[in-house]
Structure formats: C-alpha cells, structure tokens
Ligand binder design. Structure first.
Ligand code: 1GP
Length: 251
C-alpha cells in the first residue's frame, strides 16, 4: 500500500502525528536518534525537510541513518528541488500557494519532477499555505502571509488546492512560531473541504495539540519541540497521545 492510501486508512481509525526533522540542524546520526525516540513516543511518520538549503548527499545520508534506527515511513517535506532522495518512502509534491514567487509556486517542482520520476518515489500532491507570522518559511518562500484568524482567504486557497487535485492541504504558521493557526480557521477549512488537513507550527504541548486536532486537523506536525533536547520521549508522548485520542471532527 502506498503512503497516501495508508494515511487515508489510518485516518479512518485515528488522527495522525508526524515528527518533522530538519536535516540541516544536526548530523545525520543525531537526526536518526531523534527519529528513534519519536517512534518510541508513538509518532506515525517522520517528515524530513526545512527551509535551509541542503544538498542531495545530506538528504540521502540523513534518511539512510534514520532507516537504520527507526521503522516509521519517511516523507520528504522539501524546501527546494535539491531536497529529494530515493531512500524516502514518499515526498510531498507541494506548492506554496500564497507565495509571490514562481519558484515556490511551480519552478522547484518542474526542476525536481524528472529526477523524482527516475527515482520512482511516491509523490503526494499538497497545497501549502503559510499563515502569520510565517517565520523562516514565510520569508524564504516569499509568502503573502495569511491572517491566522481570518477563515475567508484560507477557505478559498484550500478549495483551490482541492480543485487542482491536491491530496492534502497544509496550514502552516512557521516552524518555531509563537502562535498556531487558529482553531477557528482550521474548523472553517475542515467544513468546506474534503481532503485531509495537515496543521503545524508552534505546537508545543498536549493541550494545544488537542485543540488543533479537535478543531479539525487530521494530521498534526511538531518539529521544534524535539530539537536540541535530551527528553524527546517525555516531551512528545503526551502530545501524540492527545492527537491519537482526539475523536472530534474525524476524517
Ligand atoms: C514546520 O509545521 C512544522 O513546518 C513544525 O513546526 O517546528 O513549530 O513544531 P514547529
């Protein structure tokens, strides 16, 4: 079964937690340690990516190291056309829909496509929307940041993503953000669209994770909370438990 079908199957039973690891932030062996701890805490998938440009070798090495220690499937969350690897299980084939730059709307994708075809890697089409404050991805991706409290543009973008055939919509407030996308915006997007909704940025405790899940997020992503710390299991486990036990607004 491919990764996207597996995600849909899982969502019939429970919501999903994904751990984002930025391969630029630590050596491949340390990324593997994070993935192992996250798996132990119950995370469902490992996402590899970030906004800092890194090369193919670093991607390959990081994913190979993670595969040695962690049994979870790995999905690439690319910041550029260079961030691809045949060792991953899938890649989000994503467009930053509220970017002003054709690079992030479509050009990186055009550059990567022939390489991805050769690799035979599963591509999951995804609409990516960056909300205020946006953090690094908002700047690098030249985003016209969406208002995290206004559901109207968020609904329009999400509907457009769905109508273009995208299989996921990702509502992002930026890695390390002090705030998350508001539950009101998430529930409005959930009401109006029918593809699974991914939410990330600024989720650091179980109460916030529960609120985000209950408002309609199907997949909850955390990243920063596991960076540079030794108590990864203790930090992640309650968040993942909150996500898995959330039954409201299920897909
Ligand atoms: C970033 O949404 C993810 O793309 C994760 O954000 O690092 O704030 O958890 P955090």
């Amino acid at each position: 079964m491919n990764v996207y079908s597996e995600i849909l199957e899982t969502l019939k039973k429970q919501k999903i937690h994904m751990t984002l690891i930025d391969p630029a932030r630590q050596a491949p062996e340390q990324s593997a340690d994070i993935a192992w701890e996250a798996e132990r805490a119950g995370t469902d998938y490992v996402m590899i990516g970030g906004s800092t440009e890194i090369d193919r070798n670093r991607m390959d090495e990081t994913i190979r190291e993670i595969k040695k220690k962690c049994g979870r499937k790995i999905i690439i969350f690319p910041g550029s056309s260079a961030m691809i690897s045949p060792h991953a299980d899938a890649i989000y084939f994503m467009s930053l829909l509220n970017s002003r730059s054709p690079e992030f709307l479509f050009r990186h994708q055009v550059r990567a496509a022939p390489h991805l075809k050769k690799m035979g890697i599963e591509t999951i089409p995804m609409g990516y929307l960056v909300f205020y404050p946006g953090m690094t991805v908002g700047k690098v991706g030249e985003a016209d940041l969406l208002d995290g409290n206004d559901p109207v543009p968020a609904i329009s973008y999400s509907l457009a993503a769905e109508m273009m055939g995208m299989k996921l919509v990702y509502l992002e407030s930026g890695s390390g953000s002090p705030s998350t996308v508001s539950p009101g915006v998430i529930s409005a997007v959930k009401r109006e669209t029918s593809v699974p909704i991914v939410v990330g940025g600024g989720i650091r405790d179980s109460e916030t994770a529960r609120k985000i899940a209950e408002s309609g997020a199907d997949i909850i992503v955390t990243g920063t909370i596991v960076e540079g710390c030794t108590d990864i299991y203790d930090r992640l486990m309650p968040i993942i438990k909150a996500v898995h036990s959330s039954n409201m607004n299920r897909f």
